[in-house]
Write a protein that binds this ligand. Structure first.
Ligand SMILES: C[S@@+](CC[C@H](N)C(=O)[O-])C[C@H]1O[C@@H](n2cnc3c(N)ncnc32)[C@H](O)[C@@H]1O
Length: 376
């Protein structure tokens, strides 16, 4: 069973299945992921040349009549369709270069069943119209479907996909690592929700062990589903150091601790809550890809982005942007343990903490881009 509120007491009734509760903030209101995912869109755009290079090579090598591609962890905003439309542009251009008719496209948008697919599907008519207008007479049908399933299980038949893309999703784990709670049920990562300065060494070990298991499984499963010479590009959040305690999640954890001190939430609840998330180092990713063995590594690069993306804005605007971006991702998870009623206050306090922090020290995400080819 996949759990988030890891009680560690073996009572499954207390556990929640992560697959059922993990989703970004639904809908299209001012706190939704659809409206607060500019950060992720910019990161994917910055990785764009690697995505374009890989898909072009895959197409020119395999020349399929219908190119099958999947976006794993597509979420509910416009980001997924933006990547797809960029990929179609690249293929259209490559087809002209090699003097072939542009292929048809099978596009599979994958996420967990709790994802707000409706918001995504509502964007499809204008997406299709935009494609038709942009591609003109060379327009070929693009068949888009939603696939509500965990990417830590089989999603597609054998030898089916030519290209797999995933942005800002693979750092989500299949479950909160079990080792965050002792055998007698005592929380080991007290006062934190992720690896933080006060976390004991076992916490990092438990997180890395879970990531190793999940990422290796992800590679194995995708290698079964992809054709030989197929390509995959993964963009994920990483870390400078393997047990980096200075992340935005540790700041969110200390904001929750402030709420405990104010008497708004219970210490015990915070002590037992941990994020199902791990940001690996570039070397950890390299080692796991090589050890799994199904893929040849084309590129493995990293770049940093400021938490607020645009450092020319004033501190208030930047802190608001950072808090809204993180709220759209983390609020549904926090609501599994803490009440909905505290969320506005929590993220307001978090915004204040972010402002204090970026006034004193730069806050940066470390982003990893991995480009691989499925071996023969
Ligand atoms: C931060 S969003 C990124 C969405 C989109 N790719 C983007 O760049 O804006 C991460 C997405 O990964 C999805 N996700 C996490 N674990 C997953 C899993 N095991 N299977 C499928 N999707 C998953 C989440 O539900 C969420 O929608």
């Amino acid at each position: 069973m996949q759990v988030i509120g890891n009680a560690g007491d073996g009572k499954d009734a207390k556990e929640m299945e992560l697959e059922k509760v993990l989703h970004m903030k639904k809908g299209f209101d001012h706190t939704s992921y659809a409206r607060n995912s500019l950060f992720q869109r910019i990161v994917t755009t910055l990785a764009g040349s690697i995505i374009e290079e890989r898909i072009r090579e895959v197409y020119v090598t395999l020349r399929p009549k219908c190119l099958m591609m999947a976006d794993m962890g597509c979420s509910s905003g416009p980001n997924a369709l933006q990547v797809v439309s960029r990929i179609i542009d690249v293929i259209d251009d490559a087809s002209r270069t090699i003097n072939r008719q542009c292929p048809q496209f099978g596009v599979f948008l994958n996420d967990l069943p709790g994802n707000d697919f409706n918001t995504l599907f509502n964007l499809l008519p204008s997406f299709n119209q935009g494609l038709q207008e942009a591609e003109g007479s060379s327009f070929r049908p693009c068949f888009v479907s939603g696939i509500p399933k965990s990417f830590y299980g089989r999603v597609f038949p054998d030898n089916f996909l030519h290209f797999v893309h995933s942005s800002y999703s693979i750092h989500f784990l299949s479950q909160v690592p079990r080792g965050l709670v002792s055998e007698n049920g005592e929380a080991l990562n007290k006062g934190n929700i992720y690896i933080a300065e006060t976390s004991p060494q076992e916490i990092h070990k438990a997180y890395y062990a879970q990531f190793k298991k999940d990422f290796t499984l992800f590679l194995k499963l995708r290698s079964r589903e992809m054709v030989s010479q197929g390509g995959m590009v993964l963009v994920l959040q990483g870390s400078f150091n393997s047990d980096n305690p200075d992340s935005i999640h540790s700041l969110l954890g200390s904001t929750l601790q402030d709420m405990v001190l104010k008497g708004v939430i219970e210490q015990e609840k915070l002590d037992k809550f941990n994020m199902p998330f791990y940001a690996p180092t570039i070397e950890e990713v390299r080692k796991l890809v090589e050890a799994e063995g199904s893929f040849a590594l084309n590129k493995l690069e990293a770049f940093t982005t400021d938490w607020s993306i645009d450092t020319s804005q004033n501190l208030e605007t930047r802190a608001k942007f950072v808090a809204k971006t993180l709220r759209a991702v983390t609020e549904p998870l926090l609501e599994t343990t803490f009440t909905h009623g505290i969320m506005d206050d929590l993220y307001l306090l978090f915004e204040i903490r972010v402002k204090e922090r970026i006034a004193r020290k730069k806050g940066e995400y470390f982003n990893i881009v991995l480009s691989v080819t499925k071996k023969e």
